[in-house]
Design a protein around this ligand. Structure first.
Ligand SMILES: [Ca+2]
Ligand SMILES: [Ca+2]
Ligand SMILES: [Ca+2]
Length: 142
């Protein structure tokens, strides 16, 4: 019986993991209106920061970022580290996210809709130099 339960739990756990991999706007769209407001975006960004900041000192270091496959740690710190102390503070992380939101919100209405989201995803896939290859979507890695 115990073994059976473990198997069930394992299946459940694996399903949860594959769901977490789903790169979908819906994960950020908490009020389900089909678009991402700035607040929803920043909330997701803060959650991501807290997950990445393994030692909870309020900074992301290259060492912490290197543990994540999808992130190029060197590039990431270079892009987000405004005061050049070699690590990314929560403030810097949020500032970078705000800039990114502006890029994503192409028609400037304060929301990212599905179309804008997909367009950005496509341009990231095509290595558009204007958009950081890691930044907009790292929130989905979790
Ligand atoms: Ca929304
Ligand atoms: Ca840290
Ligand atoms: Ca810094």
């Amino acid at each position: 019986m115990k073994r059976f339960l473990t198997a069930i739990l394992l299946v459940f756990f694996c399903t949860a993991i594959s769901l977490a991999d789903d790169s979908d706007l819906k994960k950020i769209d908490k009020n389900n209106d089909g678009k991402i407001s700035k607040k929803e975006y920043i909330d997701a960004v803060i959650k991501t920061f807290n997950k990445l900041d393994k030692n909870t000192d309020g900074f992301l270091t290259k060492e912490e970022l290197k543990t994540i496959d999808k992130i190029d740690a060197e590039k990431f710190v270079k892009e987000e580290d405004i005061n050049k102390d070699g690590k990314v503070s929560k403030e810097e992380f949020i500032k970078a996210a705000e800039k990114r939101f502006k890029l994503l919100d192409k028609n400037n209405n304060g929301f990212i809709d599905q179309k804008e989201w997909n367009e950005t995803k496509d341009s990231v896939n095509q290595n558009n130099p204007k958009i950081s290859p890691v930044a907009p979507f790292i929130v989905f890695s979790f």
